[in-house]
Write a protein that binds this ligand. Sequence first.
Ligand code: ATR
Length: 279
Amino acid sequence: MAYKLGLIGHPIGHSLSPWIHQQFLDLAELDGEYKLYKGDHEALPGVLKHLKEIGIDGFNVTVPYKQVIVDYLDEIDKDAEILRAVNTVVNIDGKWKGYSTDGEGYVRSLKEPYPNLLNSETSVLLLGAGGAARGIYRALMGQGVDTIDLANRSQDKAKDLMSLRLGEVKSNVLSYQQAEEQLAKYDLIVQTTSVGMKPYIDDQVIQLDHISKDAVVSDIVYQPITTQLLHDASERGANIHHGHAMLLYQGQLAFEKWTENNLDVAHLVDKLENKLRGE
Ligand code: ATR
């Protein structure tokens, strides 16, 4: 059979997902296509009706539909319900089930180069408290880390995020200044805000003067590929983790749900980087 896959969102003209999923289809030796289904809010019901009619096997959901899609689902995975966001829909015998793969995709992308980083002694600093931070916070907790401190410009939003807390994890809400002062204690620093994204490439959400050389600094911004924050971390001798790897691995997880193929995609990280650089 030929898989029918795709993406809804607005705008999505520059999405890398068709390219990524074509790589996965080729790797799995499967027939299929991943199409962009464009449409603004008004067009959304019609687009979804069309996807039902063609019997789409699965699709991704991006901004601004990650929440409204819930009204069109037959079922929702528990984590996606808690996160109040769906980015992957799977057609199971004609019924649509929604998942959130961002957080787990992030963790997979991190474990590939740093397999021993996340354990019961790991201290994490999460920068930002928006949609991306929610999924990552929850998924990192699932790894049984010791601490995940939250720093955000709006401290109220960071406090809201604490409601997602599970297990034994310790969490404190910090200002960016407090985070900078106690930076040396973190093993992993995850940047989830849009600060540093093109065209504002000189911006950096916190200064890294007190960073430990053993720390990993991870930035989910992937345009530019090496943000100012990652550049600074490298200069100070710390380890870095790029945002485009997350993009690839959240796709890998979606593809696994649609096709039951668990692909090794590590070799595609560099290929995606070249694609982003326009090579
Ligand atoms: P996403 O879904 O991509 O995470 P979002 O939900 O709008 O997007 O969240 C954006 C995040 O980037 C928030 O943490 C936001 O901080 P506030 O909650 O204080 O608004 C952060 N952010 C965006 N622009 C910022 C800036 N110029 N300085 C600091 N933080 C910024």
